[in-house]
Ligand binder design. Structure first.
Ligand code: AMP
Ligand code: ZN
Length: 518
């Protein structure tokens, strides 16, 4: 029996620390079109995420005592080339985290830096004989265009390192004053790991390091180095002839900042000395993020007992056809490369979102074909729902709608995206079954659409609107209907063939003929 039902439930509201305290149980009344098991009615369950800092899955608890806001910093692109599909896996992962926090009701401040000064950029500027600004502006614009193609929400702030030079220098000065950084004979300023450890701080919070093998005072100037060569790293690099015109004045002479200090300075400037989430690909754990912690906590700007970052999240790498991406292997794809092969941003986004963020993901062109098929299944189902719901007033998703509820339960478990897709496709199957048996009423179809749209605020795949047929095709379809009415079936069939040759199929439905792009 189907009836409108009023149910009283107790809902968990997030508290200051998202702890389910008894006095935070609030009573709400909600209405259902269909009876749903009470167990599935709990909303606002806790989100759990794997924190690289604790190496365990932890409940996400924001620093905001009201539990309403979340600050999130994602290491952005180094703008010296087009971002490749591996980079895009990490940025789409960042977009998923942001969208899901917003879905859970947090007001998120999303910051993504643009690394526009770094070793590789300087090398390319020299090779191409352009100015730094001219060179990086091109790749930054392409990056933003790609973000849109993949339907990623634009970060609220995209600070460029070159525009935060005062903050970067001030942070280095603070480290020098505290005796943790020193100027070396070459004019560069280095972070002293020995001094930092001497203050009771831990170097090696995200990775385990073997200090027995470390020679005190040994230095590394390059931004990239392996865990085995841990050494004092450069905060400020003294100007050398190869830098050309790329330099700034500083208390230590002309030079430029190291990559790691850029992120410490910009993140703390925009999100405060302590913030909630810091994201990046797994290759950034060491040295980039380890050095960010050392610089930011070494400057001692955090309130007592607070860390620089509460939750560190890292996405696993992407392989292409089972191998590491490389230009020589010819498996190195940018978004453009894939679009030239006829794939859409939507299909690429879907594929990048199919694997759990902590699992290495094998990207294949066959996988992209599979993405196309999967999206077509969703589109077909949503298209049918739209037809049934046509004319219905817009509705909000029914509270506790199983699709939304189960989707949330999956993503609450460390963003279990495979589980979430499982829920979506089970919903497609069940909805199709109801449509096939003609038991879905227009109001139910409208509610189902509302539930899909709600979860799509996280997935960001949308559903393709029915392809708009050009007027010539519509005219042919109308001519076919006229021929059928006149019982001229030979002509009606000839028109169907003509439509097919032009790439359109025509389906006779209860509501009349429907055109579909083949
Ligand atoms: P970059 O522009 O090199 O600084 O990298 C931008 C982001 O892409 C960083 O978070 C990297 O960790 C990430 N990244 C680089 N290579 C891959 C890959 N193969 N798979 C996934 N993420 C990657
Ligand atoms: Zn960074």
């Amino acid at each position: 029996m189907r009836f409108s039902q009023r149910v009283r439930i107790f809902e968990m509201r997030p508290t200051a620390r998202n702890q389910p305290l008894a006095n935070d149980l609030v009573r709400r009344e909600i209405f259902f079109l269909n009876p749903v098991p009470l167990l599935t009615l709990r909303t606002q369950m806790a989100l759990k995420l794997f924190n690289t800092l604790s190496r365990s899955v932890q409940e996400f608890t924001p620093l905001d005592p009201a539990g309403k806001t979340a600050g999130m910093y994602c290491c952005g692109p180094t703008v010296y080339d087009f971002a490749h599909i591996g980079n895009w896996r990490t940025f789409v992962f960042g977009d998923l985290v942001r969208r899901y926090l917003e879905f859970k009701g947090y007001a998120v401040t999303h910051v993504m830096n643009i690394t526009d000064i770094e070793d590789k950029i300087i090398k390319r500027v020299r090779e191409t004989n352009t100015s730094l600004k001219e060179f990086t502006a091109k790749y930054e614009a392409e990056f933003v265009a790609d973000l849109k193609t993949l339907n990623c929400r634009m970060p609220h702030q995209t600070p460029r390192a070159t525009e935060f030079m005062g903050d970067i220098i001030a942070l280095i000065e603070k480290l020098v004053q505290r005796g943790i950084a020193y100027k070396a004979a070459d004019g560069s300023v280095y972070f002293s790991i020995d001094k930092y450890r001497g203050c009771g701080c831990t170097y090696g919070q995200l990775v385990k390091l073997n200090f027995d093998e470390m020679r005190v005072g040994e230095r590394v100037k390059s931004d990239d180095y392996a865990k085995e060569s841990v050494a004092d790293f450069a905060l400020w690099k003294a100007r050398v002839p190869e830098d050309g015109d790329v330099f700034w004045a500083s208390p230590w002479g002309e030079g430029r900042p190291g990559w790691h200090i850029e992120c410490s300075a910009m993140s703390m400037k925009l999100l405060g000395p302590s913030f909630d989430l810091h994201l990046g690909g797994e290759d950034l754990v060491f040295p980039h993020h380890e050095d960010e912690i050392a610089q930011s906590e070494g400057a001692g700007m955090q309130a007592p007992g607070q860390r620089f970052v509460k939750h560190w999240l890292h996405g696993a790498h992407l392989l292409v056809e089972g191998k590491k991406m490389s230009k020589t292997l010819g498996n190195f794809f940018t978004l453009r490369d894939l679009m030239t092969r006829g794939f859409t941003g939507r299909e690429i986004r879907y594929l990048l979102l199919t694997a759990h963020y902590r699992e290495t993901f094998n990207f294949t062109l066959d996988g992209l074909q599979g993405a196309r098929t999967a999206l077509a299944r969703i589109d077909e189902c949503v298209g049918k729902l739209r037809t049934i719901a046509a004319g219905q007033p817009p509705v909000e998703p029914v509270p506790g709608a199983p699709l939304v509820q189960q989707f949330t339960e999956a993503l609450d478990e460390d963003l279990n995206i495979s589980g979430a897709w499982g829920v979506v496709f089970e919903w497609v199957r069940e909805t199709n079954r109801r449509i096939a048996e003609n038991s879905l009423k227009p109001a139910e179809a409208a509610a189902a659409l509302a539930a899909f749209e709600k979860i799509d605020t996280v997935l960001g795949i949308g559903a393709k609107a029915d392809a708009e047929a050009p007027s010539e095709i519509v005219a042919l379809a109308e001519a076919r209907t006229t021929a059928k009415k006149a019982k001229d079936f030979k002509r009606a069939d000839a028109i169907r063939d003509e439509l097919k040759a032009k790439g359109w199929a025509i389906e006779d439905t209860a509501k009349g003929p429907k055109l579909k792009k083949i």
